[in-house]
Design a protein around this ligand. Structure first.
Ligand SMILES: [Zn+2]
Length: 427
């Protein structure tokens, strides 16, 4: 577990960004080495909190929540005089983490899998009733879905949460302390579903005999495109295995775990769909629209500050809604043709939430919150580092102390090289 400031140095892609010039701006916290902008709170091995040790998890949550309370209530006094406070504004993590951290009765794993069920479905979202009988989360083609009126009306907690007790929050809206994040929603979710189907359809446009031959031909085009456009390919081939498409009766979806691969594949697919036409495959025509819309949506937020002007909220939301509409149309058309393509998964609902809230900001003519403000992308990089450290320390006790020691040593080094700490003599 770690924490980080909401504010940082932006995305490192503008000339203005950089340590010296940009430090008081309302920018997202992406740029810079993650050891200098993410701060480790606790690290545990799986076996320390699994099975027989499951109470450890609850203790950790309770301790972190109490610490967070201390930070807004009492604060920490510097030896030089001033007192500092810290306020936790939100909790992020992948969906399994949110589910476990909040002890939610409703999350992605409560999705209804059969047509007929004995008890009514409990819903898939801790913030609204989506996924319950009257409120399908699949209603993604509208900006006024039925679930919209059900935000924060139903308590999502199985157990009272220490975070709801100790953190400051809007009364009655405890649930929105836990935030969906763009990276898990898109790069490791929606974009993988979309790419799975689009790559399957593109492979069918190749005329190299069997399915493996067609994927080889598509892979060659992918590698060439990456080479010509100076993009890192990450993989040497795209195969039916990479989209989990063993048979045409299974829904293809990306099987990779690397967010940056989703990004490059989206750029490749965007270039291909915008430069070619596929008169024999109407699904690719709809997918081209969807691709263009979500790429534009993504580019805008990755080039924006923490707050989006109302007009920008409108633009981003319109792009996002267009993607969702086209995705739903693709799914319907595929279904009518008896094809398993464009799978519906709960993460589409998270994207829907992002877009609905930006649309709401536009309608109220207020600045909207950039979804990348609460994003795990950099935290994932950060988690990877201590996790690699744990593999390098010997497994004797107290291994967790040694992980922390190594982490602090590495952080110290990064603080020096980033100029946050200056050693006497300037070395
Ligand atoms: Zn919801």
């Amino acid at each position: 577990m770690s924490f980080h400031s909401l504010l940082g140095f932006g995305f490192g892609n503008s000339k203005r960004s950089g340590l010296k010039r940009n430090w008081t701006k309302m920018e997202c916290n992406f740029s810079g080495h993650t050891f200098t902008n993410r701060f480790l709170i606790a690290s545990l091995r799986k076996r320390d909190y699994a099975d027989d040790e499951s109470e450890t998890w609850q203790t950790l949550m309770d301790t972190v929540a109490r610490d967070a309370r201390y930070m807004w209530e009492t604060g920490v006094k510097s030896e030089h005089g001033p007192r500092y406070w810290g306020v936790v504004l939100g909790i992020i993590g992948d969906w399994p983490f949110l589910h476990k951290c909040g002890s939610f009765s409703r999350s992605f794993n409560n999705i209804q899998k059969r047509v007929n069920v004995r008890s009514p479905p409990v819903g898939i979202c801790h913030m609204c009733k989506a996924g319950q009988s009257e409120y399908p989360f699949e209603q993604i083609e509208t900006r006024r879905p039925a679930w919209l009126a059900t935000e924060f009306v139903q308590d999502p907690f199985l157990l009272p949460s220490p975070f709801a007790t100790h953190l400051l929050h809007e009364p009655g809206k405890e649930a929105c302390l836990w935030n969906f994040d763009w990276f898990h929603t898109m790069h490791l979710g929606v974009l993988k579903y979309f790419l799975g189907s689009v790559l399957a359809l593109l492979s069918e446009q190749e005329d190299s005999g069997q399915v493996d031959g067609r994927f080889s031909a598509l892979s060659a085009k992918y590698r060439l495109w990456c080479h010509q456009n100076s993009q890192r390919a990450h993989v040497t081939k795209i195969s039916k295995e990479s989209i989990g498409w063993d048979t045409t009766s299974s829904f293809p979806t990306g099987t990779w775990h690397k967010g940056s691969l989703s990004t490059v594949l989206m750029n490749f697919v965007e270039a291909k769909l915008s430069s070619e036409t596929f008169p024999n495959e109407p699904l690719l025509g709809l997918a081209a629209d969807a691709c263009k819309a979500i790429q534009q949506c993504s580019r805008i937020i990755y080039r924006s500050s923490l707050w989006l002007e109302p007009a920008k909220c409108k633009l981003v939301a319109e792009c996002g809604f267009q993607f969702l509409r086209r995705y739903a149309q693709c799914a319907t058309l595929a279904k009518n043709n008896g094809r398993c393509l464009f799978i519906f998964q709960p993460k589409l609902h998270c994207l829907h939430h992002f877009m609905v809230s930006l649309w709401d900001a536009h309608q109220r003519n207020i600045k909207g919150f950039n979804p990348l403000g609460m994003c795990c992308q950099q935290s994932e990089d950060f988690i990877g580092r201590p996790s690699r450290l744990t593999r390098r320390v010997t497994a004797q006790m107290p291994v967790l102390h040694r992980v922390m020691d190594r982490y602090l040593q590495s952080t110290y080094h990064q603080f020096i090289s980033s100029g946050y700490l200056v050693r006497p003599g300037g070395r």
